[in-house]
Write a protein that binds this ligand. Structure first.
Ligand SMILES: Cc1cc2nc3c(=O)[nH]c(=O)nc-3n(C[C@H](O)[C@H](O)[C@H](O)COP(=O)(O)OP(=O)(O)OC[C@H]3O[C@@H](n4cnc5c(N)ncnc54)[C@H](O)[C@@H]3O)c2cc1C
Ligand code: FES
Length: 277
């Protein structure tokens, strides 16, 4: 389904707080509760620094939480995010959203969330909605659609883990994988995922994944191998975020019959089986 930006709004809002959560990882709270209230998990916002032309183009950031304003989590790595990390409460940003489609909320016994690094940002909201702890969207869409939620969270090293306590408080079963072995054996996130998929005992299961593309492709193949439906949230670079520029296209369809779809309005969430990697 194509979600155009008709319901999005652009606001210039102050930063309420901008705190470090983990190595190079920050949570910014924006005074934009009304935008956050409309968003469903997996939707995103285009954010730019008010009155600053470098970078000129806004960046997409996924809804992280909406407990106190619009909460976004970001990895400080490039032009926009390193500048955002230096901003103080009271400084202004331009925010447009909510945008994109978001993850589905079809009933399921076991929802398995899989993230690589900063790809974790949509999943606190996903978990809270799935477990019925919080409702999202206006009007609020159905929450409490999963009996249990597991989270396979892969990072390079333990110091990159962000918001673990929040996931645990929500009642999510955590399965952390560190590439350097700083927690448990050195492993990729596909290892705990495959273990979980092997243990499935007839419950309906769905995998949702966000992170670097090779990791999402590996997760999509694993889900296919175990006949489990999988949704991927693509992170193709975006310029406009509202369906005009076609910078964000991904190949969607089948190997023999695909078309370019815009991740910002036809995604960012797609069925894994429809993505031509
Ligand atoms: C739907 C969606 C949701 C997203 N959600 C989040 C989120 O919740 N949190 C988050 O942190 N990000 C998220 N992103 C990614 C985000 O939009 C930005 O792309 C990201 O934050 C980097 O922006 P930046 O300006 O800091 O980096 P940029 O300056 O744009 O750089 C991006 C990368 O390219 C490298 N690079 C930059 N310039 C060059 C160059 N000249 N040569 C070689 N390499 C270069 C940088 O080192 C960096 O690794 C999301 C993206 C999408 C599409
Ligand atoms: S970012 Fe412009 S069409 Fe998607």
């Amino acid at each position: 389904m194509t979600i155009f930006a008709d319901h999005a709004e652009q606001l210039c809002v102050p930063i309420l707080a901008n705190d470090q959560l983990a190595k190079d990882t920050y949570r910014v709270r924006l005074d934009a509760s009304e935008l956050a209230a409309r968003a469903v998990p997996g939707q995103f916002f285009m954010v730019r620094l008010s009155g600053c032309n470098d970078p000129l183009i806004a960046r997409a950031l996924a809804l992280f939480d909406r407990c106190s304003g619009l909460e976004l989590v970001y990895l400080a790595k490039g032009k926009f995010t390193t500048r955002l990390a230096r901003m103080q409460p009271g400084e202004l940003v331009d925010v447009t959203g909510p945008l994109g489609n978001g993850f589905s909320n079809q009933p399921v016994d076991h929802l398995i969330m899989v993230a690589g690094g900063i790809g974790q940002t949509p999943f606190l909201a996903v978990a809270r909605e799935a477990l019925g702890l919080q409702s999202f969207g206006l009007p609020a869409r159905t929450s409490g659609y999963a009996k249990r939620v597991s989270f396979c969270y892969g990072v390079r090293s333990a110091d990159h883990l962000a918001g673990l306590d929040l996931f645990q408080q929500a009642g999510v079963a955590m399965h952390v994988a560190t590439e350097d072995g700083s927690i448990g054996p050195p492993q990729r996130v596909t290892s705990p995922l495959e273990k979980l998929l092997l243990e499935e005992n007839g419950d309906t299961t769905r995998v949702v994944v966000c992170g670097p593309e090779p990791m999402m492709e590996a997760v999509a193949h694993l889900a296919h191998k175990y006949h489990v439906p999988c949704e991927v949230s693509l992170e193709t670079p975006m310029a406009c975020g509202i369906g005009i520029c076609f910078t964000c296209v991904a190949r969607i369809g089948s190997q023999d019959d695909w078309d370019y779809k815009r991740t910002c309005v036809e995604g960012p969430v797609f069925k894994a089986e429809d993505v031509v990697w």
